[in-house]
Ligand binder design. Sequence first.
Ligand SMILES: Cc1cc2nc3c(=O)[nH]c(=O)nc-3n(C[C@H](O)[C@H](O)[C@H](O)COP(=O)(O)O)c2cc1C
Length: 117
Amino acid sequence: MKDVKDPEEYLTTQAMKGSLCLFIMSTYNDGLPPEDCEWFCKWLKEASCDFRVSRTALQGLSYAVFGLGNSSYGDNFNKVATEINAQLVKLGALPVLELVKADENDSELGKSAILFS
Ligand SMILES: Cc1cc2nc3c(=O)[nH]c(=O)nc-3n(C[C@H](O)[C@H](O)[C@H](O)COP(=O)(O)O)c2cc1C
């Protein structure tokens, strides 16, 4: 997403094309996104709650979310991936895979990546 200037325009264009988007998202302090994608998470959160944004805004977009986290963070475990997964559905996008919550605390972490791929 680094090169994306306008997430709304980018994702709605991808939705119109019927694209598949993969979101690989880690969670940091207090359940927050990494600094360089704060802007994207903020936009998605606001859009998914905004009554002026259509519930079908991202219809046509297929997606899957791979979350990176650590279960020792309790309720904040993979919080950002969980949130974006729900927010994309609210905007009409179609999940093609169940949310994967990879746990760096789990010795079988690699299995999550294999399932996702
Ligand atoms: C300072 C710090 C805070 C973290 N906070 C959380 C958290 O709230 N929830 C969570 O699930 N993982 C948390 N983690 C674990 C990271 O999500 C995990 O290390 C992940 O693999 C980082 O992926 P990345 O380096 O690709 O961004 C935290 C890690 C660090 C270093």
